[in-house]
Ligand binder design. Sequence first.
Ligand code: MN
Length: 252
Amino acid sequence: MRILISNDDGIEAEGINQLRLFLQEDHELFVVAPDRERSASGHKITMDRPLRVKERTYPGSRTQGWAVDGTPADCVKLGLEALVPGPPDLVIAGINFGPNLGTDVLYSGTVSAALEGLINGVPAIAISLASYEYYDFSEAGKLIRELVTKLGKEITQNSLLNINIPPCRPRGIKVTKLGNRRYINIFDKRIDPRGKVYFWMGGEPFDKDEEDPDTDVWAVREGYASITPLHFDLTAHVNIGNLKTMIKKLEG
Ligand code: MN
């Protein structure tokens, strides 16, 4: 398959490098990724300035790469429209260093890179290592290689697959829905050298209260690899009928 690879940790990140190495033997790869870390940049695109692109080669492989001074969504958009010769079969974003679980997918540059593929009609996968302390990408690499090489792009069923790998050998694979991931101690209030107050956003994830075993948060916490199919259609379909009735009443 022809695969466009991107991420939000930057083109030099270990995760994207591992992803490339795990896939390069069986697939034709094109890397289009930010020239620096752009984590938590969501789906931002750059319209107020030009995008600069730097070509990148990978000695000993036929993979072509480009570093872009834009966001993850910029990279995939630019890759599909201008850089990759011909449409790819699949977009894969990752392997992200850190989890992308629950509502965090809305802030995630990794998930946004994959979504940009889906928006443009290309099936996509986002894959993340759900830890900030564990540096072994091999279980994530092996799983993505299995999924892509054995099942092909049909595995995505024209949605986006959001995959999270626990920081251990997974006990198995669970197909999940987005769970609840709360944060505590989000803002640190500090005083700058001139006596002015400022806030630094951080926060510790608190996922102990997610008890639904069908969720991504539960699966990863219990040591499973989690696969959640996502779509950019945020419509609350269950509410459409009720809302129609209410608006009809209003119109009398
Ligand atoms: Mn990241």
